[in-house]
Design a protein. Structure first.
Lengths: 263, 243
């Protein structure tokens, strides 16, 4: 490729970024018109939003609204029917390997190889991600798994299993995190710990978490994106969202937004 | 390349994490010995060779190899770990080949554990050990071929029983393709296909090895056979990894 046009393209691009006050180059997760059909059923329709460094975006919606499908497309596990997504500038389809290298992903239900010990499992992921044993030690400490590190994962309680999934996602200290229900199945104390962990990491990372717990959005999210029947119905701060209903309570807004179309 | 070996190592460890591996190897050894000594008339033949051993081997592999491969992808689907594995920075083919290598190593371990047979014939007489080595090489290639078929079948379903039955059926097809039952039927109707069937038969290719002949065309056949099914496995996964 001749160097001339390439340079000028770069120049215009960075110029535009500066014009936008620097928000463009910190958007680590970007979705543009993501759509997914299962046969004739449209699970996700034209979902577009981005997550910048420093943001914790809560992805809200009733069960079956399309949260997990959207996240699976972000992680490169499902192929969108149309639209595109990128992680730290790497297109999840055309440059999938680089996108997956950058991303820390906690799949729905925190799957892990049950017969492996916590430590062996994390060492396996660490080898694939090309990070050393100190990364494993750091992830074990962050998620308070030190006490069970030699136990087979299948013998652990639901809360521990969830934390193994978290540790796996945090292993390579990714700048971009996508977590599908990170606090599901945890007791209140564990929920508190995980939320504290997410809040502590937030300034350095772009974090997208899905949840149907509204108190979680109020506790840690800087922004809430509400999805219902595959379509985004709200994208604003939790406070703005709460203000949409006279009662000022998120559950009322949530019910109004996600049940409106069914009526 | 490195990811492939990391995945293979994890897989092989998973085999031995449960008693299933040991049970499997014991069944293989018992079945293979019973067939060789009782049905194969090992002693009655009064020959210092492993012909009865090697002639029963592909049939035992036909049943036992799909039992190894049925869980390969079906279990990952059921447990959801396929989502974990394929959202790590690995290429799909690296995961496919990694799992295949692990399963092949496991088969090799099972085959190596039949070594008392080799000791027995060497103790009783003076066998052609070159022929025995060729036979083992052929057996390893047959095992690899059945493994590649079984792994691809496992990728199509989350049900291990379906994966097992589909793999046995397909392997049986490739095993008996050169048998008169098939070739006579075909040569009466479409003679061209009879030749093709004979050429694609795993057992026909294996026969040469048991006679001590290591022929390049046979090696090329087994290599392309495995490659074909590994590519099929990769494509199946790419098309429907999230199903």
């Amino acid at each position: 490729m001749p160097p001339g046009p390439d340079n000028s393209a770069d120049a215009t691009k960075s110029g535009r970024n500066q014009g936008n006050g620097g928000t463009m180059d910190t958007a680590l997760i970007e979705m543009r018109g993501l759509t997914k059909y299962f046969g004739g059923f449209c699970a996700v329709r034209d979902v577009s939003f981005s997550v910048a460094r420093g943001e914790v975006v809560g992805f809200l919606g009733p069960n079956g609204a399309g949260k997990s499908t959207t996240m699976k497309m972000l992680a490169g596990f499902m192929t969108p029917s149309s639209g595109s997504a990128s992680i730290e500038g790497h297109d999840v389809l055309r440059d999938g390997l680089a996108a997956r290298r950058a991303l820390g992903y906690l799949p729905e239900g925190a799957p892990a190889y049950g017969e492996m010990s916590v430590e062996a499992f994390l060492e396996f992921v660490a080898r694939i991600r090309r990070v050393g044993p100190d990364a494993v030690r750091r992830a074990l400490a962050l998620t308070s798994l030190d006490s069970v590190r030699l136990q087979p994962i299948e013998t652990l309680s639901k809360g521990f299993k969830r934390r193994v999934g978290l540790a796996q996602a945090l292993l390579h200290d990714p700048a971009t995190l996508v977590m599908d229900e990170p606090t599901d199945g945890l007791d209140p104390n564990q929920k508190f710990e995980v939320r504290a962990l997410i809040r502590a990491m937030a300034p350095r990372k772009a974090i997208l978490i899905s949840t149907h717990l509204l108190e979680e959005v109020e506790a840690i999210c800087t922004r809430a994106v509400v999805i219902a029947r595959g379509v985004i119905v709200a994208d604003c701060t939790p406070a703005e969202l709460a203000a949409r209903h006279p009662s000022g309570r998120l559950d009322d807004v949530f019910r109004a937004l996600t049940e409106a179309e069914a009526a | 390349m490195r990811n492939m070996l990391i995945i293979a190592r994890r897989e092989l460890g998973a085999y031995f994490a449960t008693p299933v591996a040991v049970v499997f190897i014991v069944i293989f050894l018992v079945l293979q010995s019973v067939l060789t000594f009782n049905m194969g008339g090992f002693f009655d033949r009064d020959q210092a060779d492993l012909i009865p051993f090697f002639s029963f081997l592909p049939w035992v592999l036909l049943l036992l190899v799909p039992a190894i491969t049925m869980r390969l992808w079906a279990e990952e689907r059921r447990g959801g770990t396929i989502e974990l594995l394929l959202t790590l920075p690995v290429r799909v083919w690296e995961a496919v080949v990694g799992k295949f290598i692990a399963a092949w190593c496991f088969c090799a371990i099972a085959l190596v554990l039949t070594f008392p047979m080799v000791i027995t014939v060497n103790f009783l007489g003076h066998p052609d050990n070159g022929m025995i080595v060729a036979g083992y090489l052929g057996a390893l290639l047959v095992a690899g071929s059945f493994l590649s078929v079984g792994a691809a079948m496992s990728a199509t379903t989350r049900n291990q029983v379906i994966a097992f039955v589909a793999a046995v059926a397909l392997c049986l097809l490739f095993a008996v393709m050169s048998y008169p039952l098939v070739t006579e039927f075909l040569s009466q109707r479409v003679p061209v296909l009879a030749e093709v069937a004979r050429g694609l038969s795993v057992n026909e290719r294996y026969l040469g090895f048991t006679r001590g002949v290591i022929a390049l065309p046979d090696i090329v056949f087994f290599a392309s056979f495995m490659l074909f099914w590994l590519v099929a496995n990769t494509l199946i996964l790419q098309a429907r990894k999230a199903d």
